[in-house]
Design a protein around this ligand. Sequence first.
Ligand code: UDX
Length: 448
Amino acid sequence: KAARPRITVIGTGYLGATHAAAMAELGFEVLGLDVVPEKVETLARGEVPMYEPGLAELLRQHVEGIGGASGRLRFTTSYEEVADFGDVHFVCVNTPQKHGEYAADMSYVDAALDSLAPLLRRPALVVGKSTVPVGSADRLAARLAELAPVGEDAELAWNPEFLREGFAVEDTLHPDRIVVGVRSERAEGLLREVYAGPIAEGSPFVVTDFPTAELVKTAANSFLATKISFINAMAEVCEAADGDVVRLAEAIGYDDRIGGKFLRAGIGFGGGCLPKDLRAFMARAGELGADQALTFLREIDSINMRRRSHMVELTRNAVGGTLLGKRVAVLGATFKPDSDDVRDSPALNVAGQLHLQGAQVTVYDPKGMENARAIFPTLGYAPSALEAVRAADVVLHLTEWREFRELDPAALGEAVAERLLLDGRNTLDPALWRKDGWRFRALGRPTA
Ligand code: UDX
């Protein structure tokens, strides 16, 4: 039997680090590359530079030099080493929103390809995993052909990644589907080999062209964002009509054409993916002359942003019309639970707005404190939920951590100045809090 392909992973963020560890778990020899030496050093010690459940454990099972590890996983900063080692190179660098623009910043993807391609002296499949504007793979394939010394034996494929933060390991090892955009049977064969076994088992394998593969990712994220903004629009209507969006979501979700997932109304979506992917998609459609097809995404985005200001307004009204000097406790800073990521976090955005309007804001988050403090040093921070709510005029629940569902309303009630709680995520049980004398308000739900 021919030797198994050797894998490299370029870019070791959430996506790359998880992918590299998962490939090692499947028995492949893996070399991960990052241009940031500190990241490489951290990973080489079997440590993860961010909070991602299960990832550190998986790394430590495979990183070379760690006692008891398989040794199949190594890290480097050298593109030379990567080019010499790998048969399949996964490009997992990020494509953030460009500063002051909607479009995606492709400079990390371009730099990765421009660094790797001129060093490819042996047959190689370069597999893009980053989320990119449709048409990028075509362009990168041409660039690869131009730069690679090995010529046609260096090929490109596109293989979008759908993992969620907080579930990165699970999603990578058991994906809902595998999508590959390829131009040759060889490329398809290699990717089938890489994903054979436990990963592909039970996961549909969709083979398609470059543009479709790129679009699957942006379409999926746009759909998810649309679902969230849809239910948030219903929350606005429920508030106006005194209806209950939580019961409404439950009831429409029983229709399996609709489905109950991603129908939680609240302060909306954030993070490093959904918001910027929507915007990049609109920008790209504009370039393609198809902007009309996506004008509705502008509305999805603005419904989402409106949630944050609505939360601020609700808070201001709840404390008597002005935030000046009011003590506001904010539970949650990350954009979602089980993550330390505060990128475009609705929770932090709301906390920041309240602070700007004169409130005295104290934040607590189980994992996101350090990252939050780094971008919002002027907010107050407390080491626990109980400390955060001390003497508070109002408590805001803004990230749906399990820890917050398990809080004791009676104990918190002793610490606050006012038993007033605003649930921005609709995951707390109103009855439980009201029983202990709290005034409880949730977005899109009846007041009493
Ligand atoms: C998302 C996609 O889910 C994933 O497939 C893609 O690969 C990357 O982007 P992620 O950014 O990790 O993943 O977050 P996700 O779990 O999708 O949540 C996004 C945001 O939506 C969070 O801020 C979350 O709090 C919010 N959300 C989610 C809601 O407001 N309501 C919901 O019903 C679900």
